[in-house]
Write a protein that binds this ligand. Structure first.
Ligand SMILES: Nc1ncnc2c1ncn2[C@@H]1O[C@H](COP(=O)(O)OS(=O)(=O)O)[C@@H](OP(=O)(O)O)[C@H]1O
Length: 203
């Protein structure tokens, strides 16, 4: 990490830290004052999004359901598949709470980041002790992209949406497969709501 002067905030974004066993200890040993921001979305949609990403790089991978189930007829989920495992948020958070108190965390709703980006960004700015500089005025809904985009990014004059790999259409997954995954995640989601004191409304 670079040196940070008074009045500066250094930020780093690595999604995989949240699910990496050694990360909390290492970050705690680097700086126990670190603030932690975790963006979470419905773990079922997250798993499908993850699969979509892998599929785009390698179109010959097995079907979603072939990877998600150990046994399709008994409905046994394969928790060793990373797309499934990452969505067990309560388990990962438990590991972090061995080092950091809950007050060091901000949990951002991935769903609200799309439906109300300025609102979620407001929470981020408050959490970091920043003035609310990013507001409603900075976003517009781009009908073609189907997502909010920035009206005028920092240092640029043209509107800017996130890249092609963000907000891709997902393949259609069988309703029963989705239902079984919902059931699988429900207790972990409940635990996560309880741990964070936030109901993300996934159930
Ligand atoms: N404004 C805006 N524009 C486009 N996409 C948006 C936006 N806000 C949130 N999202 C959602 O971000 C998802 C991709 O983010 P990731 O967390 O997968 O990105 S990363 O690769 O881990 O950095 C991506 O997931 P997919 O829809 O599965 O592609 C989006 O749903």
């Amino acid at each position: 990490m670079p040196r940070t002067l008074e009045g500066q905030i250094t930020m780093e974004k690595t999604p995989s830290y949240f699910v990496t066993k050694e990360a909390p200890r290492r970050i705690y040993n680097m700086s126990r004052d670190t603030k932690l921001i975790v963006v979470v979305r419905n773990p079922v949609t997250r798993a499908i999004s993850d699969y979509t990403q892998t599929l785009s790089k390698n179109p010959s991978i097995p079907s979603f359901q072939a990877l998600a189930f150990k046994n399709l007829s008994t409905g046994l989920i394969d928790t060793s598949w990373s797309a499934v495992r990452i969505g067990i948020y309560a388990k990962h958070l438990d590991n972090w709470l061995q080092y950091f108190p809950l007050s060091k965390f901000l949990f951002v709703s991935g769903e609200r980041l799309v439906s109300d980006p300025a609102g979620e960004m407001g929470r981020v700015q408050d959490f970091l002790g920043l003035q609310r500089v990013v507001t409603d005025k900075h976003f517009y809904f781009n009908e073609t992209k189907g997502f909010p985009c920035l009206k005028k990014p920092e240092g640029g004059s043209k509107p800017r949406c996130l890249g092609k790999s963000k907000g891709r259409p997902h393949p259609k997954i069988d309703g029963q497969v989705v239902q079984r995954l919902r059931e699988f995640y429900r207790p972990f989601n409940m635990k996560f709501y309880q741990m964070t004191g936030q109901d993300f409304g996934w159930d």
